[in-house]
Design a protein around this ligand. Structure first.
Ligand SMILES: N[C@@H](CCC(=O)N[C@@H](CS)C(=O)NCC(=O)O)C(=O)O
Length: 201
């Protein structure tokens, strides 16, 4: 039995996208983030966060770890290539997304969307926009002449990176100086599996 805890309006969307893309049969428990510190949920994830995956007795938390686990278990010959060098690319891009990109996007999200207007810090938001330029240029270079991060095929690397960057359109970030990134992100986010997740609770 496979269960995914967490509303799609959270980082759980990343793992719901992976489950949909891989065609896994699962139960979605759309727990709101406000319940993540409940005693029952803390037993599953001592950090009190979503998403959490339960899969045949395994309990996995951290969205990237969940997605790498799902791809390895269910993604043979599709999202999860067999070559260790290709897998290294997948680890590289997945960790890159949560270390080099996500912190700046969180700063932007907080200061342009989530915080009440009188508590927003536009200077911090501007600094985050500046800080995103270097990783976006690196991604732009890496996508040159390629359909997806590893070449012709969409893999869990694309899903993980695009899922982290999925907050960008909402914040209307200008990607016109990195056209490969803009086109690739649109292509990834436009996949049916991701569109389905956006309609979930
Ligand atoms: N690094 C974790 C972050 C998880 C996280 O912070 N999730 C948020 C929702 S997006 C959460 O559960 N917040 C509830 C809380 O902190 O009480 C991951 O990627 O899974």
């Amino acid at each position: 039995m496979t269960k995914l805890h967490g509303t799609s309006r959270s980082r759980s969307a990343r793992s719901l996208w992976a489950l949909e893309e891989l065609g896994v049969s699962y139960e979605h428990l759309p727990m709101p983030t406000t319940d993540a510190k409940s005693p029952a949920h803390l037993k599953l994830n001592p950090n009190g966060h979503v998403p959490v995956l339960e899969d045949d007795g395994a309990v996995v938390w951290e969205s990237m770890a969940i997605n790498l686990y799902l791809a390895e278990k269910y993604g043979k010959n599709s999202l999860w290539p067999s070559d260790p060098a290709a897998r290294a690319e997948i680890y590289k891009w997945s960790f890159w997304a949560i270390t080099e990109v996500e912190p700046h996007l969180l700063t932007l999200l907080r200061n342009r969307v989530m915080a009440p207007p009188d508590q927003r810090d536009e200077k911090a938001a501007q600094a985050a926009v500046e800080a995103l330029k270097a990783p976006m240029n690196a991604l732009e270079e890496s996508l040159k002449g390629k359909e997806f991060l590893l070449g012709k095929n969409f893999t869990i690397a694309d899903l993980n990176v695009a899922a982290v960057m999925s907050w960008m359109p909402m914040m209307k970030l200008d990607l016109s100086s990195t056209p490969n990134v803009a086109a690739w992100l649109q292509k990834c986010l436009g996949r049916e599996a991701n569109k389905k997740v956006r309609g979930l609770k």
